[in-house]
Write a protein that binds this ligand. Structure first.
Ligand code: ASP
Length: 355
């Protein structure tokens, strides 16, 4: 058969459009794994020693060490960074959000997995929950034991994370975290143990679901705004306003709050005692900060429960915001994004109720 040159060009365009670089052409979902480092990519000199270094193993080596993972999906890996998540930064988080939005805007990617250290996983998960603009699955995963450990937890966690990202039922639930056979939502999860493999919990709301060797069961949908319903857009953002966290305790010195204000913080989150409380001297310092236009959010150092308005502190009178269910580290993320544009205290309070 002879094709006219116009038909030949149309045929070529069709073939090029159907060809998706990097992914095999079959019926499996296409998943991109973005690697950032962490213990899941960590290595130690022996299988039983506690000392190790995060972020040593590349994404290709990690995927190749998980039997059967390529049966779940077509997988492509990208190395975004290779750090322990104690060195995660807003710069890397912005880079991640932008790359995820770019990848998910195309028809050829069905879901994203992000390998990440567990120390600040909850912050990155919540940041992406607010800034990703797609309802396709975005799943974060890490491990508590380095890749060289006896009974390393990384390989099965990664297998399960790919299974969740490839599952159409994971769509529209916001950013998820898969660890230790559980599926957590970004809003609620928090790290609760320095070393245990069952470190992540979702106090108050519970987990979104469970996964067992790649078989997923979803039974809870996070009620807050996220991803496609989020108003936060970081496509043109390169820098976030400074927000500090000040830790509350007995006889806390109020000058920590003064120092934050003097150093140029635009917002201060108090990791208060109990229901977001602080001593009288710190309340006075915080009220002074609020009068100067620094946003003060009262959160709590307590692991579970919400911080309500006007309980023991007169928020209306002092101009404070109560963090609701957000812990201090996630309050800092929300406030940093919220302060990208001017907002009243009432509007900020509403954000803490909605997100
Ligand atoms: N420090 C490590 C990190 O967050 C711990 C871990 O990944 O479990 O990268």
């Amino acid at each position: 058969m002879k094709l006219s040159s116009r038909k030949r060009i149309s045929f070529l365009v069709f073939v090029l459009a159907a060809y998706q670089p990097g992914f095999a052409q079959n019926s499996k979902p296409n998943i991109v794994i973005l690697a950032t480092g962490g213990t899941i990519a960590g290595a130690a000199a022996s299988g039983t020693q506690a000392a190790y270094t995060s972020g040593q193993v590349t994404i290709d080596a990690m995927v190749n060490s998980v039997p059967g993972i390529r049966d779940l999906a077509n997988i492509k890996g990208e190395q975004v960074s290779n750090v322990g998540s104690q060195d995660m930064s807003f710069d890397i988080m912005l880079k991640l959000a932008k790359r995820i939005n770019e990848l998910l805007a195309g028809n050829d990617v069905d879901g994203i997995v992000i390998t990440h250290g567990t120390d600040t996983m909850e912050e990155s998960a919540y940041f992406l929950n607010l800034t990703v603009k797609s309802d396709k699955p975005v799943v974060m995963v890490g491990s508590m034991r380095p890749s060289t450990a006896v009974s390393a937890d990384g390989p099965l966690n990664l297998y399960n994370a790919v299974a969740v990202a490839a599952d159409p039922n994971a769509k529209g639930r916001g950013v998820l975290v898969v660890m230790n056979d559980q599926i957590h939502g970004a809003h609620s999860l928090t790290k609760t143990s320095t070393t245990a493999v069952q470190t992540f919990m979702s106090p108050i709301r519970g987990v979104v679901g469970v996964t067992n060797y790649g078989k997923n069961d979803f039974y809870n949908n996070p009620p807050w705004k996220h991803t496609t319903s989020s108003e936060f857009d970081v496509s043109n953002v390169t820098h976030l306003p400074r927000v500090d966290i000040v830790y509350g305790d007995v006889d806390m010195p109020p000058d920590l709050i003064d120092a934050s204000v003097e150093d140029g913080a635009k917002g201060i989150v108090i990791a208060g005692v109990g229901n977001g409380n602080m001593n009288k001297a710190s309340l006075d310092a915080a009220a002074k900060a609020a009068q100067k236009g620094v946003v003060v959010v009262r959160s709590s150092r307590v692991a579970t429960g919400n911080v309500g308005r006007n309980v023991e502190v007169k928020d209306d009178e002092l101009g404070f915001v109560a963090s609701d269910e957000l812990n201090p580290q996630k309050s800092r993320i929300l406030l940093s994004l919220a302060l990208l544009k001017p907002r009243t205290t009432e509007q900020l309070q509403q954000l803490f109720a909605n997100y």
